[in-house]
Design a protein. Structure first.
Ligand SMILES: Cc1cc2nc3c(=O)[nH]c(=O)nc-3n(C[C@H](O)[C@H](O)[C@H](O)COP(=O)(O)OP(=O)(O)OC[C@H]3O[C@@H](n4cnc5c(N)ncnc54)[C@H](O)[C@@H]3O)c2cc1C
Ligand SMILES: NC(=O)c1ccc[n+]([C@@H]2O[C@H](COP(=O)([O-])OP(=O)(O)OC[C@H]3O[C@@H](n4cnc5c(N)ncnc54)[C@H](O)[C@@H]3O)[C@@H](O)[C@H]2O)c1
Length: 482
């Protein structure tokens, strides 16, 4: 067992950890970056990038299928699964390569391999080979897909997103359990690439939408295209090795209690990810934990209590998306270097985007959050994309945008939307939200023609109209339990 001393120890070399390491070094401190798994980050290896590559192939197939509606007839569609997966893996490897180049540039003496756990507040042990004594520690350990033990017992054909991007060919059929962002993005992409896909949703919701109207419109648009079984639970999963190459027998139970057994090449568990905090020995770090075992921390400094421990990225489960991992890592690393003179870092307006079709975005304060923080004090404006000019031109006229504003100040608070170009509309709205614009100021901005943004203007005009009325009228919408 060797002992190493450092000023800052960073656990996890993902996006948050690398960002924390760089910030600590920029703060003039000695830092160590510890990693137990493969380098390359979740985002590049098995997350954002390969999933968007698969979606890009699916969009190409979808465009061909959609073409006849414009009078364009491209001929029979042939999807070569091996070629699809070769591009996904090839481009994925290129993105991972850029991350590995970054790791390569970190001096060898700053990089340590092994699983880290706390022995005391500033004391870590790596596997059985190294003790680290650090003035401050950043926890940037990421998250892991959740697979219930009884599902695992059905064998290797029960998979998570971690396995999908290593396929060398597209399978015949996939059952996707969970209609969160991973389930929808991957389920729709595989469906469009000719895989028989069934999605199982425990409840009636899709992705992170909390606004009941947007959620309903989104669920309807998605259910028009996909085989989604809402209100349906998984009753049992069993390996069915007799079939060609093996299958999984999935038994589901619908809301009426009816059982149905179907066979799939794979079952993709997409029921959420849990932060990697369990094996860290946090009890030895003397940190106060929440009911999920995650250290309590300050969202502006990323400091855990008054300790010299900081947390960032998926590990804290606050906003488990890539831009947040980078921001939180930078703040945590900077403050780990400054400790005890910590200072608040820049936390941006929340923005999440699901790359399904219709795309789904949540900006600023969600409907659910506003029902708590602004009950009776916010108004809603809306637009349907069904008859929105440019959306109809492109035959992408599905979805709805709802925008929220504050009575009195007239300030724009947030939005939920499912619709065309939501990735861009989401940014526009997030920038307005962060700039603390009023709805009136947003309506003073230029809008070209014919563009999807004109739909945003319609929703904002509707919001301005409601903001000019009495508050009571609006909060009827905030029914309990929404
Ligand atoms: C399929 C999928 C698609 C996604 N798509 C998007 C998207 O389009 N846009 C978006 O913004 N986000 C997306 N995300 C989310 C995004 O990938 C994550 O939020 C982000 O990668 C988290 O970064 P991180 O640094 O917190 O964790 P990671 O990159 O996972 O890094 C954590 C590291 O810590 C290491 N580690 C864990 N425990 C220990 C220990 N005890 N000792 C040493 N090392 C340890 C792990 O091995 C890992 O390398 C997607 C995620 C998935 C799974
Ligand atoms: N475009 C993006 O930004 C993007 C893409 C993919 C992943 N991600 C990140 O990855 C995280 C994890 O994604 P995810 O889709 O796995 O999680 P999620 O939390 O978004 O969705 C999980 C879904 O599974 C359901 N569920 C939970 N337990 C279930 C069960 N036993 N049976 C059936 N359904 C069940 C939940 O109700 C929920 O709808 C996301 O929170 C997101 O931050 C982001």
């Amino acid at each position: 067992m060797q002992t190493k001393r450092t000023e800052v120890a960073v656990i996890g070399a993902g996006t948050a950890g690398m960002s924390a390491y760089r910030a600590a070094r920029a703060g003039g401190k000695r830092a160590l970056l510890i990693e137990s798994g493969p380098y390359g980050t979740t985002c590049a290896r098995v997350g954002c990038m390969p999933s968007k590559l698969l979606i890009a192939a699916a969009e190409a197939a979808h465009a061909v299928r959609a073409a006849p509606a414009f009078g364009v007839h491209p001929g029979p569609l042939r999807i070569a699964g091996k070629e699809v997966m070769a591009r996904v893996r090839g481009e994925r490897d290129r993105f991972v390569g850029f991350v590995l180049d970054g790791i390569e540039q970190i001096p060898a003496e700053d990089k340590l391999r092994g699983h880290a756990r706390f022995l005391g507040p500033g004391r870590l042990q790596l596997d059985d080979h190294t003790i680290i004594e650090a003035d401050s520690v950043v926890i940037a350990t990421g998250s892991t897909p959740i697979v219930p033990d009884e599902w695992r017992r059905a064998g290797p054909r029960v998979i998570t997103s971690d396995q999908v991007f290593d396929w060398t060919d597209l399978p015949d059929s996939v059952a996707v359990v969970g209609t969160g962002v991973i389930g929808l993005e991957l389920g729709q992409a595989l469906h469009r690439l000719g895989v028989r896909v069934t999605l199982f949703a425990r409840g009636g919701s899709v992705v992170q939408l909390s606004d009941p109207l947007v959620r309903e419109v989104a669920a309807r648009a998605l259910a028009d295209e996909l085989d989604i079984r809402f209100q349906t639970e998984i009753a049992a999963l069993e390996a069915d090795a007799d079939k060609d190459g093996g299958q999984v027998a999935l038994t589901s139970r619908d809301a009426a209690g009816n059982l149905r057994t179907e066979r799939f090449s794979y079952v993709l568990a997409a029921i959420g990810r849990s932060p990697n905090v369990g094996g860290l020995g946090l009890e030895s770090a003397q940190l106060a934990l929440d009911r999920h075992g995650i250290p309590l921390y300050d969202k502006h400094t990323m400091q855990c209590g008054s300790s010299a421990v900081f947390i960032a990225g998926d590990a804290d489960n606050e906003r488990p998306v890539l831009p947040e991992a980078a921001d939180q890592g930078r703040i945590a690393g900077d403050n780990a270097a400054r400790f005890p003179r910590t200072q608040p870092g820049l936390r941006r307006t929340p923005l999440t985007i699901a790359f399904s079709e219709p795309q789904i975005a949540v900006v600023g304060a969600s409907y659910k959050e506003l029902c708590v923080s602004h009950s009776g004090r916010f108004a809603i404006g809306q637009v349907s994309f069904e008859n929105q000019g440019r959306s109809r031109v492109m035959l992408q006229n599905h979805g709805m945008l709802r925008v929220y504003g504050e009575f009195g100040s007239g300030r724009f608070l947030g939005a939920e939307l499912a619709g065309p170009r939501a990735e861009h509309l989401g940014h526009l709205l997030a920038w307005a939200c962060q700039a603390k614009l009023t709805v009136a100021a947003m309506l003073d901005m230029p809008f070209y023609h014919p563009v999807v943004e004109e739909g945003v203007r319609t929703a904002l005009r509707d919001l301005a109209h409601h903001l000019s009325k009495e508050p009571e009228e609006v909060c009827q919408d905030c029914t309990p339990g929404t």
